[in-house]
Design a protein around this ligand. Structure first.
Ligand SMILES: C[S@@+](CC[C@H](N)C(=O)[O-])C[C@H]1O[C@@H](n2cnc3c(N)ncnc32)[C@H](O)[C@@H]1O
Length: 387
């Protein structure tokens, strides 16, 4: 047993980080970083293998770490550092394959923040090694937030927090998610990272978008990080045939106009349990509505009509989803200052379907002459069997 393995095994309870660098010539990884993490309430260690630009993560239970270290890492790197809550030790490899400890120091403990400058703790903290966020331009190379991307960072964090609220308590081992109108896919990558790396869940995530070049780039990034369960597909979700598999969650973040309706309808038809949908560009009702009764005052000024139409769109979506067996919370998912498109439909399928709201919404649509796609899809398929 080498001294570094001895030290590691004796410090599993207080280890905060271990880094192995400068590999012997034949080793594929340039660096291995080990950090503690908690999965489903149990202590694990995460090993992060840096292979050129690619980063691969592997989680092991706390008790399994020494054996894995002995078999796969010991003696294969010239430099090593072990950090515990109280001290830091540096090691260099000797010619015979063992190590000697070359330096010991006291760990720098961060001073407790004063109450007035305590920052909000995000699930995805600044400084956390999330290479995909660097690639997507949200983090700098040293994992600081790019200032221009601060609003996006806050949106993604909040989205993940809401997903975390719904999933933290479950013992789920696998999850399948579809992201409609994923665009540059900040959210999609982070959902994958959250479930696989933070929660230790096997995730299969599919992102749909119209733009070929964006989809190609996202697939390249996913491959580079070994995100095998993450895939992007060029698709017009309003027309194309979509995945015909079991899906646990549908997400949309600012998917344009009726793209959101097709995502919601897909979820309804497939009986998807969770929907997290942040709509935007609700143009459809605004383009078709005319005066017809009690709401006419709201239709006399273009700006008011636009805002009223957007609210009516999401009110109808929520009402239709309730009729389709979902409990729907309409929440402000992020402060208005970080995005004016800040309303989220958070839905869970946990009720029996009905037709109460459909009738009311249909009457409104007829009286004011507007079209609303989710309502139209629900009416067209009324009475059809669903999963
Ligand atoms: C405003 S972006 C949002 C991107 C991403 N979800 C985000 O929040 O960063 C909307 C995306 O929806 C995509 N989109 C619009 N209509 C679509 C359709 N019919 N099918 C698939 N994607 C669509 C666009 O190409 C665009 O990338």
């Amino acid at each position: 047993m080498s001294i570094i393995l001895d030290d590691l095994a004796a410090r599993l309870d207080t280890l905060t980080k271990a880094v192995l660098s400068q590999p012997l010539a034949r080793i594929g990884c340039s660096k291995v970083t080990i950090r503690p993490l908690t999965l489903r309430g149990k202590p694990f260690f995460q090993l992060e293998y840096q292979q050129g630009q690619k980063v691969v993560h592997h989680n092991v239970t706390k008790s399994a770490l020494p054996e894995l270290f002995a078999q796969e890492l010991d003696g294969l790197y010239l430099q090593a550092v072990l950090c515990t809550e109280t001290e830091t030790r540096q090691y260099v490899r000797k010619a015979n394959g063992g190590y000697k400890c070359t330096a010991k120091g006291t760990a720098q403990r961060a001073a407790a923040p004063k109450a007035h400058d305590r920052k909000k703790e995000y699930l995805l903290a600044e400084g956390e090694n999330i290479p995909a966020l660097v690639d997507l331009g949200v983090f700098t190379q040293d994992f600081r937030i790019v200032r221009a991307k601060y609003d996006k960072y806050k949106q993604i964090n909040r989205f993940i927090e809401l997903v975390d609220d719904a999933f933290r308590a479950t013992e789920r081992q696998e999850i399948t998610i579809l992201d409609f109108g994923c665009g540059k896919s900040y959210l999609t990558f982070i959902l994958y990272y959250y479930f696989t790396v933070k929660r230790g869940v096997k995730a299969t995530i599919l992102g749909y978008d119209l733009k070929e070049d964006v989809v190609e780039h996202c697939n390249e990034v996913a491959q580079r990080y070994g995100y095998d369960g993450l895939r992007f597909v060029v698709s017009d979700v309003t027309r194309d045939t979509l995945a015909d598999t079991h899906v646990d969650m549908v997400v949309t973040l600012h998917a344009c106009d009726t793209t959101t309706d097709y995502a919601l309808w897909y979820a309804v038809e497939k009986g998807v349990e969770h929907i997290f949908s942040v709509p935007c560009c609700q143009h459809e009702i605004n383009a078709t509505i005319h005066k017809g009764g009690d709401f006419d005052l709201l239709l006399r000024h273009g700006l008011l009509q636009e805002r009223f139409s957007a609210l009516l769109t999401d009110a109808i979506r929520a009402a239709v989803l309730e009729d389709m067996g979902y409990t729907v919370d309409v929440i402000e998912f992020i402060d208005f200052a970080h995005s004016p498109k800040n309303l989220m439909l958070r839905c869970v399928k946990d009720r029996r379907a009905g037709e109460k709201n459909l009738r009311t919404a249909k009457e409104l649509a007829e009286r004011y002459g507007f079209r609303q796609t989710l309502l139209a899809l629900a009416e067209k398929n009324a009475g059809a069997p669903r999963e």
